[in-house]
Design a protein. Structure first.
Lengths: 527, 308
């Protein structure tokens, strides 16, 4: 299939960086205000290898690659390509040097076709040839590039009609069409099902066999082991380790990445489910143009158990959480909390019934970032004593309460009067968590509760959720991180295109089966 | 026969009334497709109208008048781009300021230059018959006995459609209004594309405004644009952000203008103010009917920042 496969390539090379390195970054420094995102970072990528850039959120991986791709300018340091010093001031120059990037959030224009997206920016706008070339022949070229690397795409399709996995292939083809020799992939698996991830890894092997260099940015250890030849670990903007994959382990990498020993698995006792707390029956939510965002969802959660909702992002998870918490009016169906029918009721009645909510975007939905920690903590209870007496806020009571929560939930801050915007992501989430679970809810809806958090904060949130479960709270955990769903849930339901594709018990769950459900393969087919 | 002639003159007037809207809406279409909303069209049209009238009155050249109207409005477009693209100010507020500036500035300049003049009329552009074609029965006089500004408007719509849909420039503009970061990562400059669109859009609004004194009435009157700039904003929605859509939508509004003018001369027992409402009423009805707006460019009105 691919005429330019090279037999000699796929092998890891030593990390000393000889003159043959395709790209060398030397002593790169970059600061944003007081934050040192990159501190004398050096790394090199060889032809034909997959180099993993491993690190937690905020370790400086994306900053480093954005410098290489010309989106940021570094404060200090040099870049060499094939031994030649270069300066890269824009994506345009990066592309001219053969560097391409597949961003975490795709850089595709949905209303345009695959081919239009691929040729965007590849031809001069004003000189001759600015007339769009014959689409048929360009589509053929795009097809040829895709076929050469066994990437299946339809060059004539509109991007808005493609699945996420297909869109990612378009992004890769876009780079290949421009003849890049180094491809940066920024957290490419975040939006993929396990099967799509395997397919991506296969593609990476085809690409490196053809001599391309790949930089693979991730924080997932199993992916490093599966896909990389070599790994460079970043922590707090500094390179803390370089390893050949054959000479390292997940445990060692985890330790390098986090800076201390980490527990790889969560210890979880078995659940003791009680009475039914949340019952959702035939829930339907309509979207634009008659499309159903939720299509007859039925599920129930009992006290003292965690029901995990697995699924690829954008399959109705957001709408499910919003409908249950009263922020989105359902078109049909029923939502009962603790035996009370609350369908279509406003959020305050649902809160009154004992439901609490950790929204998926803590910065825009969970917190008012310009408010202080204390103010954020009373967002749902400020109108009642002891926080308000005769419509006047009681500063003392509010501050005392806030100090207690900050202490209980280990929010690292100098004062309860600090702005929440100044907290780290993990501490912001602890503020949300504290506000939501301190008042003894009966139901907790947790949407993407650890998105963007580092390992330490994630551990904390997970422990807190299990603790709540053991106290008898019914928890609906909605997460696109399959690992998280598997680790915490007592039962797992998979959501696909607004429907529950299937349900499995937490202990019988296996990645393969859930992966198939996530991809929309029907239950009877995968048994 | 009387009816046919009446219809013919109605449709001729329709085209004549549609032309300024075509210029303005095509410009705004480019603007918005690239992600910049300029609601200051009314102000830009007034500036164009005033500039064109002044130049035509003193220099006796229609072509120069039109050119100056486009250039002066273009400078305002450049300022608009600087304020909204570079400084990232709110586009709606800036556009509102443009409407106020346009009204004030055009009235001021006109009063300073003409307050003592008794005769402030100029001979408006005359229709140019196109040989052979204008002899086609019925549609000949409608389509081929117009001023060259009307022909220009029709050709502009077609050219604008071709450029937007069939060239790399058009592709890049469309992408800039949908997903500017994708354009930037593809190695193009979002800032340059948006500057270009904002200046082009303003120049066309200037020409649309210039049309009124030099191709239609031959005088300048304070606030003579009379809401056409606002109606143009509605037409862009109605025409679904497509140049050919603008053409048809403008013809429809041109018809509404022509109809109310015609009805006013019919001695109907209706207050003429009620008839004048017709185009504005049509605007409101259309905004209600078109409320879906799924064709709207995604990044329209959103400033673009380089920061990730």
């Amino acid at each position: 299939m691919s005429p330019i496969l090279r037999a000699d390539s796929v092998s890891a090379r030593d990390g000393t960086g000889g003159p043959c390195a395709r790209v060398r970054l030397i002593d790169i420094c970059k600061s944003f205000g007081a934050l040192r995102a990159n501190d004398h970072v050096s790394l090199e990528v060889m032809p034909g290898e997959v180099m993993c850039l491993l690190g937690e959120n905020g370790a400086g991986k994306s900053t480093l690659m954005n410098i290489l791709y010309g989106l940021y300018r570094c404060d200090e340091g040099r870049i060499e390509i094939d031994g030649q010093a270069v300066s890269i001031r824009s994506p345009h120059e990066a592309l001219a040097h053969g560097i391409g990037m597949v961003h975490q959030h795709f850089m595709l224009v949905p209303p345009l076709t695959v081919t239009e997206n691929v040729i965007l920016g590849t031809r001069s706008l004003f000189r001759h040839g600015s007339i769009l070339p014959d689409m048929r022949s360009v589509e053929k070229q795009v097809d040829e590039v895709a076929c050469r690397y066994s990437l299946r795409i339809d060059a004539a399709a509109r991007v808005s009609m493609l699945s996420v996995g297909e869109q990612q292939r378009v992004e890769i083809v876009k780079a290949l069409y421009r003849g890049v020799r180094l491809l940066i992939l920024d957290e490419p698996t975040a939006v993929l099902t396990p099967q799509e991830t395997d397919e991506l890894f296969h593609t990476l092997r085809v690409l490196t066999a053809a001599g391309l260099s790949i930089v693979f940015i991730t924080h997932k250890l199993n992916e490093v082991m599966a896909a990389a030849d070599r790994v460079t670990v970043l922590r707090d903007g500094v390179v803390v380790g370089r390893r050949l994959i054959g000479e390292t382990s997940q445990q060692e990498l985890a330790q390098l990445m986090v800076g201390r020993d980490v527990q790889m698995t969560i210890e979880k006792g078995s659940a003791r489910p009680g009475a039914e707390v949340l019952e959702v029956a035939d829930l339907t939510v309509a979207g634009d143009e008659g499309r159903k965002l939720l299509d007859g969802i039925s599920l129930h959660v009992r006290a003292g158990e965690i029901l995990g909702i697995a699924g690829v992002d954008g399959n109705g998870q957001r709408e499910l959480a919003l409908a249950i918490t009263g922020l989105l009016k359902p078109a049909g169906g029923r939502i009962c909390i603790a035996g009370k029918d609350l369908t279509g009721k406003p959020p305050h009645e649902i809160i009154e019934a004992g439901a609490r909510f950790i929204p998926e975007d803590r910065q825009s939905e969970g917190l008012v970032l310009d408010f202080t920690i204390a103010e954020n903590l009373i967002l749902k209870s400020f109108a009642k004593p002891p926080f308000a007496v005769r419509q006047m806020l009681q500063r003392q009571a509010i501050d005392d309460y806030a100090r207690r929560i900050v202490k209980t939930f280990d929010v690292r801050t100098s004062s309860v009067h600090a702005k929440t915007a100044d907290l780290s992501g993990g501490n912001q989430q602890k503020v949300v968590l504290g506000r939501e679970i301190d008042q003894h809810p009966v139901l907790l809806v947790a949407a993407q509760p650890t998105r963007g958090l580092d390992v330490g904060a994630t551990e904390y949130i997970h422990k807190a959720l299990l603790e709540q479960r053991d106290r008898g709270v019914a928890i609906l955990l909605i997460s696109t991180e399959l690992e998280e769903v598997l680790a915490l849930s007592d039962r797992i339901a998979v959501i696909y295109e607004g429907r529950i594709a299937g349900e499995v018990a937490g202990d019988r769950a296996n990645t393969q089966r859930i992966g198939l459900l996530m991809a929309g393969v029907r239950r009877e087919d995968c048994d | 026969m009387g009816l046919i002639t009446a219809l013919q003159s109605l449709l001729t007037a329709c085209l004549r009334m549609a032309a300024p809207l075509i210029y303005t809406t095509i410009g705004e279409t480019y603007d918005e497709r690239a992600g910049v909303v300029n609601i200051g069209l009314e102000g830009l049209m007034l500036i164009g109208a005033c500039t064109a009238f002044v130049v035509a009155f003193f220099a006796h050249s229609m072509a120069l008048a039109l050119l100056m109207a486009a250039l002066v409005a273009g400078v305002f477009g450049l300022i608009f781009a600087y304020v909204t693209v570079t400084l990232q100010a709110n586009q709606i507020v800036t556009g509102t300021a443009y409407n106020l500036i346009g009204l004030g500035l055009s009235s001021f300049v006109y009063r300073v230059l003409f307050s003592n003049s008794a005769d402030t009329r100029l001979e408006p552009l005359q229709p140019v018959s196109i040989p052979v074609l204008s002899r086609i029965p019925f549609i000949g006089p409608i389509l081929f006995q117009q001023t060259w500004l009307v022909y220009g408007a029709l050709l502009l719509a077609i050219a604008a459609a071709v450029v937007l849909n069939k060239t790399m420039l058009g592709l890049s503009l469309r992408a800039a209004g949908e997903h500017p970061r994708a354009v930037a990562t593809a190695g193009l400059s979002v800032v340059r594309l948006r500057y270009g669109a904002a200046i082009f859009g303003a120049m066309l609004a200037g020409i649309g405004g210039a049309y009124l004194p030099i191709a239609w009435v031959g005088v300048f009157v304070e606030n003579m644009v009379a809401g056409r700039g606002f109606i143009a904003l509605a037409i862009v929605v109605f025409g679904r952000w497509k140049p050919m859509g603008m053409l048809w939508a403008c013809l429809l509004f041109g018809f509404a203008y022509a109809l109310q003018l015609r009805l006013q001369t019919q001695n109907l027992q209706v207050a003429y103010q009620l008839l004048q409402v017709l185009p504005y009423l049509a605007t409101i009805v259309i905004m209600i009917v078109m409320r879906g707006q799924s064709a709207q460019p995604k990044a329209m009105g959103v400033p673009y920042t380089e920061r990730a």
